[in-house]
Each structure stands twice: as structure tokens, then as C-alpha cells.
Design a binder for this molecule. Structure first.
Ligand code: MG
Ligand code: MG
Length: 281
């Protein structure tokens, strides 16, 4: 049990600069994958591209071997939400694909995820596009909520409010996946604290400069309930509804935020969500 007065682990500016190196490898890898994904490719093809890129940048895939996970990426298609194992599955136009990527550089971790539709917007269901956009909006709302003094668990309420607001605007009832959260990150991928995707009662430790966390809302077009497949990894929705997942690793810096897994560090988006882009030189 973590009480509100517990202090959030923080990194030095030098350590955050090292985390940026890992974050940039992850961000660039996801941009490469977003630009490469085509109908007819397998999810294993995406995994091969990612592993080659990460190793070429001097990094190590952090998911590979994590509790026995057998691949570089998690690739989760349609009703799969997270932790899909890349393999022989062939992608088709209109598939809703979440790609989660993690890398270690010089001992420091980056972790991020994107959702895309194979074949682009023209091949997509409107509902899938709205779901992905709502998830991405919730991610950036959560990121912008990372202000010194707020309780880290309160990010859950910020994300939930964003999801409810998108649901009203879109005329849909999005599910926030139950039992899965964001997390602290640094010398390991998953560290304290938990970063909730919905409102919880305790506020948690106060956000302060030097905090580094992964924010990662996971939404569905239906229920919040899921289960693991027999492979003991792939998480699918119980009702078969499609799902989206967006994630960034973020550092709270003096004066603002640095989105370590965004290729531009968050420069383009932070202002539009009311946050300040404040990289460490
Ligand atoms: Mg991830
Ligand atoms: Mg994560």
C-alpha cells in the first residue's frame, strides 16, 4: 500500500538525458513501423523490423525475454488490447493494430505504443478511428496533467474525464480496460508508481521534477473486461470489442515536461494540451 506522503522516485537531469536516448530509439522505431505497416505483412514482419532497428541504434529490445515474452514488440490486433505476440498473423486492410515497443539504451528504458489502421484512414471504420483518437487524446490529457503537486494517482481521473468527454462528443460508450495501468520507468521498465487510467480514491505520491512515468490508456469500443488467451500473454476483450492503446514515457522537468518517446519531445503537442515543453539541454 502506498500512501500519499510517500515520495515519488526521481531521476537527475543527467539520468533523464540518458532516458531520452532510449526514448528516442523507441519513438523512431514506432514512426518507422507506422510508415512500414501494410496489408499482407505479418505481425512477425513488424517485429523483425523493430528488432533490427533497435539493435542498429545500439539498443536492446526490453520486452524480449521479459518474463519469457518471446518478441521485441507487442502487436495487438482488433479485439486484442495489449501483449499480443507477433508471429504468422497476416494483416489486412482495416485491421486496428496497437504496437507497443520498449528499448534499453545504456541501462535506461523507454516504452511507448501507437495504434494504427492498416491501409490508413480510408480503410478504417469510423468507430475505430474515433476510438484511437479518443485514446490518444486521453494519453495527452494524462501527460498534461503531470504537474508538480498533483498526486500521481490523480492522473487516473484526468484520463477518465478525457475519455468521458470524448465518449459524449463521439456518441459512444468507451470502456477503460480494467486491471491495466501505466507505471514508473527508469532502470527497469515497470517501477513505482502505478499510473491509473481511471479515477481512484487515494491521490498517491506528489508529482515533482525528475519523475519519469509511462502513461498508457487502453480503451475499447465495448466492455472494460478482458482475459488472457491460452498463450498466457495476449489480452483480448471479453465481448470481442476492438481496442486501442497509446503510450508515452514522460519526464517531469523543471518548468514543464519532456515526452521522452516522442521524436520531437512533445514540442508540437504539449502546448495544445496546456503543458509546457521543457527539454533538458
Ligand atoms: Mg508499453
Ligand atoms: Mg508501459
Amino acid at each position: 500500500m502506498i500512501f500519499g506522503r510517500e515520495r515519488l522516485p526521481v531521476k537527475t537531469p543527467e539520468q533523464i538525458v540518458l532516458m531520452r536516448r532510449a526514448g528516442l530509439v523507441v519513438g523512431e522505431c514506432l514512426e518507422l513501423l507506422a510508415g512500414s505497416t501494410r496489408a499482407g505483412m505479418t505481425t512477425g514482419d513488424l517485429d523483425g523490423i523493430a528488432e533490427e532497428f533497435i539493435r542498429g541504434q545500439g539498443g536492446t529490445p526490453s520486452f524480449l525475454g521479459y518474463y519469457g515474452f518471446p518478441a521485441t514488440l507487442c502487436v495487438s490486433v482488433n479485439d486484442e488490447v495489449v501483449h499480443g505476440i507477433p508471429g504468422d498473423r497476416v494483416l489486412h486492410d482495416g485491421d486496428l493494430v496497437s504496437i507497443d515497443c520498449g528499448a534499453i539504451v545504456a541501462g535506461w528504458h523507454g516504452d511507448a505504443a501507437i495504434t494504427l489502421v492498416v491501409g490508413g484512414d480510408d480503410a478504417a471504420d469510423d468507430a475505430d478511428l474515433q476510438l484511437s483518437a479518443a485514446t490518444r487524446r486521453a494519453l495527452w490529457a494524462g501527460i498534461a496533467g503531470l504537474r508538480p503537486g498533483i498526486g500521481i494517482y490523480d492522473i487516473g481521473g484526468v484520463i477518465e474525464d478525457s475519455v468521458r468527454s470524448s465518449a459524449r462528443a463521439d456518441g459512444r460508450d468507451y470502456g477503460i480496460l480494467d486491471g491495466y495501468t501505466g507505471h514508473g520507468i527508469g532502470t527497469e521498465m515497470h517501477m513505482e508508481p502505478t499510473v491509473y487510467n481511471e479515477r481512484v480514491r487515494p491521490h498517491g505520491p506528489q508529482v515533482r521534477a525528475g519523475a519519469t512515468v509511462a502513461v498508457e490508456p487502453m480503451l475499447t469500443l465495448g466492455s472494460h473486461e478482458s482475459h488472457e488467451l491460452a498463450d498466457e500473454w495476449t489480452v483480448v476483450t471479453n465481448d470481442g470489442a476492438r481496442a486501442a492503446h497509446w503510450e508515452h514515457t514522460v519526464a517531469v522537468t523543471d518548468g514543464g515536461l519532456w515526452v521522452l518517446t516522442a521524436v520531437d519531445g512533445g514540442a508540437a503537442e504539449l502546448g495544445s494540451v496546456g503543458a509546457t515543453y521543457a527539454p533538458i539541454d
